[in-house]
Write a protein that binds this ligand. Structure first.
Ligand SMILES: [Zn+2]
Ligand SMILES: [Zn+2]
Length: 362
């Protein structure tokens, strides 16, 4: 048993530690993933940026230009068009129909269910994202957050399954070297291949490749035009289509240390996400998951989370060399560490405040 002074020393040691630390590093990790709102760039998607004028709008509000926001909700599958021949019939009124759409959006994106255009919802709407509709997919298990495309399509090949991929001979970008782009894709494919019994190999035969990759500007003939800098970043089609398109207008980056642009988007994060679609996964409502639809500029998110892994393994089974329990353990120990540090920080803080009050009262 420790004598009292040991506890006392222990307490003061941590109190000193608390006072010395300029801030709690853990705080940055436990705050919900912040979404960068770009406010100054002239080049980025102007329409989405204007959504900030709808902040705090709720049922009954009437804000000029809200019809544009309704088009956004329609674009990603949350609102049906009032007139099937034209989308000009959306009004600027925040009606109950729109409230339901906002609630559905908040549920899908893992946001607080307020039914209002609160700041977190507006920030998420304004952040760049994948062009694949959130509701073109369906959830199988209510306890899970991953989703599949309707009909649960998957690649059907003999075992062992190998899918080929090729870069377009014409539609690439010159702001990054082909060698950098190839390395990013190779790493991203390997990440998925490590959890399912599917491997990927690059081929030069673009036309006959299973997965065909290209960078395109604006309307590129598949009915899903890209929209310039930020906004929609990329999209990919469900199995066994194989089309994998990235917006050529983005400031794609492979290394943020060598690209200080505020609108730089991490190519590897987006590529890893789109491969999930190519394999048959829809969007997840878990913010940390690779299959979450939005990603901020200058954010890197390439590690598959348990939600991503469980989703893709339910389509293809597990790679015999992969251990889910190891991943589970690492995610759990991370979450536990965060919880412990958070709890400990709160405990220390309360103690420090109590001591301070005691000190003042003496
Ligand atoms: Zn997506
Ligand atoms: Zn496309």
């Amino acid at each position: 048993m420790f004598p009292f002074f040991s506890y006392f020393n222990f307490f003061f040691f941590f109190l000193a530690l608390f006072l010395w630390r300029p801030c709690f590093t853990v705080t940055a990790r436990i705050i919900p993933e912040s979404v960068t709102v770009i406010t100054t760039s002239q080049k980025h998607n102007a329409t989405w940026h204007n959504f900030s004028s709808f902040l705090h709008a709720e049922r009954g509000s009437h804000v000029s230009g809200m019809a544009e926001l309704k088009k956004y909700f329609h674009r990603f599958g949350y609102l049906t068009q009032p007139n099937t021949t034209s989308n000009s019939n959306f009004t600027d009124k925040f009606d109950s129909n729109f409230e339901s759409a906002v609630l559905l959006y908040q549920k899908q994106l893992g946001l607080p269910l307020t039914g209002k255009l609160d700041s977190e919802t507006i920030s998420t709407i304004e952040s760049p994202r994948c062009g694949v509709s959130d509701t073109a997919t369906r959830r199988i298990h209510t306890s899970r957050h991953f989703a599949y495309f309707n009909g649960k399509p998957r690649w059907l090949r003999g075992s062992p399954m190998t899918l080929s991929y090729a870069f377009s001979p014409y539609d690439m970008i010159d702001t990054l070297s082909l060698s950098d782009i190839r390395t990013v894709f190779e790493r991203s494919f390997k990440r998925w291949a490590s959890v399912i019994p599917v491997s990927f190999r690059e081929t030069e035969k673009y036309q006959s490749a299973d997965i065909r990759i290209g960078f395109y500007f604006g309307d590129h003939g598949d009915g899903e035009p890209f929209d310039g800098v930020l906004g929609v970043l990329a999209h990919a089609f469900s199995p066994q289509n194989g089309r994998f398109h990235l917006d050529a207008a983005e400031n794609w980056a492979v290394d943020f240390d060598h690209d200080d642009s505020r609108i730089a988007v991490d190519l590897e994060s987006v590529v890893t996400h789109e491969i999930g679609h190519v394999l048959g996964l829809g969007h997840s409502s878990i913010k940390e998951a690779v299959m979450y639809p939005n990603i901020s500029p200058r954010k890197k998110k390439v590690d598959l989370k348990i939600d991503d892994v469980e989703g893709v393994q339910s389509l293809y089974g597990s790679n015999p060399n992969f251990s889910l329990s190891a991943l589970l353990q690492s995610e759990n120990s991370y979450n536990l560490a965060v919880r412990l540090e958070t709890g400990f920080s709160k405990w220390i803080f309360s103690l420090a405040v109590t001591l301070f009050i005691l000190f003042l009262s003496t």
